[in-house]
Design a protein around this ligand. Structure first.
Ligand code: HAM
Length: 441
């Protein structure tokens, strides 16, 4: 526990708590950008007919060991796992796919059905924090079930491509694609790979030597510059693909070509989770430094069966929202797309206005439910109230003084435009606010 007490004179001050390392607060100044992103995500998935699913953040530890794989970085070193009071081993979800499959099987959503699902929420991995990499981070994911052909792979990629377009940074990202083939083809390729690396074992770093026995495909994913040449010379999975997977990949590429979505085939792309087969893809950018993968996914046709369901083809992706927010911060004029938190600030001068003003603004909210109205609280003179109005970000201040109340009128002051103040009846006010605020969107 990090709290302790320091005695200063006679008073006792508690040392302030800090957030857990790698876990961030989203402050009021950050939230308009997050809200804009979340709204755009919801709107784009809805336009493809996907339905939302919400899963718990805690699952049984075995779910992740069995799906992501025992010999992966996530399961080996990054999970937040604990034994609860009932002696069950639980884990804070490091990703959403396993939970989504678990929920799908548990509630009978997958057997003999087609599903297009999405989720958004926090994930937890105990990684070394740096820009774009956190211990609690948010993912938006889409998962599809019961669809076998490359058309759904293409749909998921098109959906993500549309997002980058909507968000304004499509020119900053590149789509990388690969096929891992069928599970059988991959097993025989693994052996070929092991033989190759075995012959060059002195060039492998410690991590890769360990993976040689457990997960040799991950060696291809190594970022160690000393191994670049060795990896480039390794036998290519694509030359050992089964015919069906080859056809699947070719059809996917043709579909992307017809949609005008460009891509780079990256034969070393293998992904860090074990459940994939056939298509894998990543959207990468050079604008974020080391953590350049903003979205990643692929097919996982064996996972539903592996977790106890009927064999069901599946494909999906997930994107890291902090990384998308970092991309958005670099988009020109992004501020103009963000909604203000306050549109109208109501100033109340004097006792009568303070009393009537609250009734007035409740009535205004009922008539204009879309408009964000903030009341001035705590009294003070006109200058002070106007200063607050300005700080709130509102476009308009409504001013209620004793005279206005008595005459059933209200003064409207434009805070961001050089226009004359208006004195309006309550009816005229509604029409004027509708007209003026629609201009700001
Ligand atoms: P993943 O590659 O582990 O895949 O994560 C997907 C995305 O989440 C990454 O590309 C990245 O943008 C973001 N991400 C991952 N770790 C962190 C972190 N520590 N901090 C910030 N962002 C992070 C999966 O999770 C799979 N479930 C994707 C999937 C869905 N495959 C099929 N369906």
């Amino acid at each position: 526990m990090r709290v302790y007490f320091t005695a200063i004179g006679k008073s006792i001050l508690a040392k302030a708590f800090q957030a857990v390392k790698g876990m961030n607060d989203c402050l009021p100044s950050d939230s308009p950008l997050w809200q804009y992103l979340e709204q755009t995500l919801r709107q784009v998935v809805a336009s493809y007919g996907y339905s939302e699913i919400r899963m718990p953040v805690l699952e049984s530890t075995q779910l992740f060991c069995r799906s992501i794989g025992e010999v992966t970085d996530i399961v080996e070193k990054e999970m937040y796992t604990f034994v609860d009071r009932g002696e069950d081993s639980l884990t804070l979800r490091p990703e959403g796919t396993a939970s989504c499959v678990r929920a799908g099987i548990e509630h009978g959503l997958l057997y003999n059905q087609q599903q297009r699902l999405w989720y958004m929420g926090p994930m937890f991995r105990r990684e070394r924090p740096q820009k774009g990499r956190y211990r609690q981070f948010y993912q938006f994911g889409a998962e599809t079930f019961g669809l076998q052909g490359p058309d759904i792979d293409a749909e998921l990629i098109a959906l993500s491509a549309r997002l980058w377009q909507e968000l304004g940074f499509a020119d900053q990202v590149e789509l990388q694609l690969n096929s891992l083939g069928s599970n059988q083809a991959r097993e025989s390729y693994k052996q070929i790979l092991v033989d190759y690396f075995q012959q060059n074992i002195d060039q492998l770093d410690e991590d890769s030597q360990r993976r040689l026995g457990s997960n040799p495909l991950r060696i291809l994913d190594s970022k160690n510059p000393a191994m670049v040449e060795l990896i480039a010379g390794a036998p290519k999975l694509q030359q050992h693909l089964d015919q069906e997977s080859k056809d699947h990949f070719e059809q996917l590429c043709a579909k992307l070509d017809s949609l005008g979505i460009s891509y780079v085939v990256n034969p070393t792309l293998v992904r860090g989770l074990d459940y994939y087969n056939r298509t894998v893809f990543e959207w990468v950018t050079s604008s974020l430094g080391a953590q350049g993968t903003i979205c990643a996914g692929g097919r996982y046709d064996g996972l539903v069966e592996q977790l106890g369901g009927q064999s069901t083809p599946a494909c999906g992706f997930a994107m890291g929202l902090e990384r998308i927010v970092l991309m958005l911060e670099q988009v020109d004029n992004i501020q103009t797309k963000l909604s203000p938190q306050v549109d109208v600030y109501v100033c109340m001068l004097g006792e009568l206005a303070e009393k009537e003003g609250f009734i007035f603004s409740e009535d205004l909210r009922s008539k204009l439910p879309e408009v964000r109205i903030q009341n001035h609280c705590g009294g003070g003179n006109f200058k002070k109230q106007l200063k607050r109005a300005d700080k709130s970000g509102a476009q308009i201040a409504l001013i209620l003084g004793e005279n206005e109340i008595k005459e059933s009128k209200v003064a409207l002051k434009f805070l961001r435009e050089n226009k004359e103040q208006l004195l309006l009846s309550h009816e005229d006010l509604i029409a004027t606010l509708n007209k003026v605020l629609s201009k700001y969107g």
